[in-house]
Write a protein that binds this ligand. Structure first.
Ligand SMILES: [Zn+2]
Length: 176
């Protein structure tokens, strides 16, 4: 198959770089007003915290920890729930993705990311089970991948969690 070259521009269009930069700066400025709300996070998978290690600082008082019990990588110190809720309502970056970037890069994301990911996932599950199971996607972005998974009918139940309502609007515009 002769597919067009997969580039960053095809999923984050260069034409939107200025808007993306402006949105990121605005979000970081907002984040700087929330440092007092930061809380120490526990491993979201097993709840462990005592032995987790800070392994990577990402700036703005945020860092990743790795859980010593289950090796999950998670955000260590992070904004509290109220700040998260506020962020998903006001974030200019999230809005830009939902209103422009996901739409303009839909075909490239579908063909270069979601469909190959689905193939890999189905191959992997096929090695271990022939029974239908449950599928859970957390932080599903535009939700396109969950939609593809649903269309396979491989899983008898599917849960898809997205924090950002504008992504749901995008899915609606795609007829889902
Ligand atoms: Zn853990």
């Amino acid at each position: 198959m002769n597919r067009p070259k997969f580039t960053v521009d095809s999923i984050r269009p260069d034409s939107l770089k200025k808007l993306q930069k402006y949105a990121k700066e605005a979000d970081l400025e907002w984040l700087s007003t929330k440092f007092d709300s930061f809380v120490e996070g526990h491993c979201p998978i097993c709840g462990g915290d005592s032995d987790s290690k800070i392994i990577y600082n990402i700036g703005n008082k945020l860092h990743y920890n790795i859980c010593n019990d289950c090796n999950t990588l998670f955000l260590g110190t992070r904004p509290d729930k109220n700040a998260y809720d506020e962020f998903y309502n006001i974030s200019k970056t999230m809005k830009l993705f939902a209103t422009h970037i996901f739409k303009e890069s839909y075909v490239s994301r579908l063909n270069n990311i979601y469909k190959p990911r689905l193939q890999l996932m189905l191959q992997y599950f096929g090695k271990f089970s022939t029974q239908k199971g449950k599928f859970l996607e957390i932080g599903a972005g535009s939700g396109v991948f969950s939609q593809l998974v649903n269309e396979t009918k491989v899983f008898f139940r599917l849960h898809c969690y997205r924090a950002f309502s504008l992504s749901r609007r995008f899915l609606s515009s795609k007829g889902t």
